[in-house]
Design a protein around this ligand. Sequence first.
Ligand SMILES: C[S@@+](CC[C@H](N)C(=O)[O-])C[C@H]1O[C@@H](n2cnc3c(N)ncnc32)[C@H](O)[C@@H]1O
Length: 215
Amino acid sequence: MSRTQSPGATHGAHAPGKVGEVMMAVAMSVGRGAAARALAEIAGLTAEDRLVDVGCGPGAAVREAARRGAAATGIDPSAVSLALARRIAARANQGSGSVLFRQGRAEALPLPDASATVVWSLSSVHHWQNPAAGFAEIYRVLAPGGRLVIAERLVRPGGRGPAAHGLSRDRADEFARELAAIGFAGAGTRLTRVRRSTMILIEARRPVSPDPDQP
Ligand SMILES: C[S@@+](CC[C@H](N)C(=O)[O-])C[C@H]1O[C@@H](n2cnc3c(N)ncnc32)[C@H](O)[C@@H]1O
């Protein structure tokens, strides 16, 4: 699928509304460097990679990928976040990589089949309206052998307000099972520390061969 239409603002599990969208974009424009660097390390990102960041917000992790030499594309439904992302990227040192931002949602990625070697998503999947559709889209967009890393703040089940902004261990395990059912190989979860936060990671890869016995 290749869509370029404007999908509008967020309507996912934690739809913020227009004011919330602006507040989230501003909040996510500072202090994201450590998480972005951790993500790049976890994904084993190299200058050979074509990286897609789903739910990139103002783009800290996209810029980190470009600094490491990758061709990096950030996708987000929020026009506010994308405007900020483009402004910051225009002033930032991007090393030898490249940066592109496109409006879109996880559930309908505006990207060609098999066009990415790495897809990651930081603090975004808990906002998606339809995570299963997002996972299917990521599978489509990943080249065979491509890696997926989803990173979220670990939260307790049933939290409300700010305490709901993340994933519980059970929810993350459920997502890993959904990824395996779609055909991802090696789908699993684990915890990691980023500064004082505990993050939950969901990692998987698109198999080189669609045969589940030949990962
Ligand atoms: C908490 S912010 C995280 C931004 C960035 N990844 C970071 O960590 O700095 C969540 C982002 O997910 C985006 N988002 C919401 N629903 C989405 C969807 N269905 N598909 C992709 N991104 C979505 C929001 O617009 C927002 O920019």
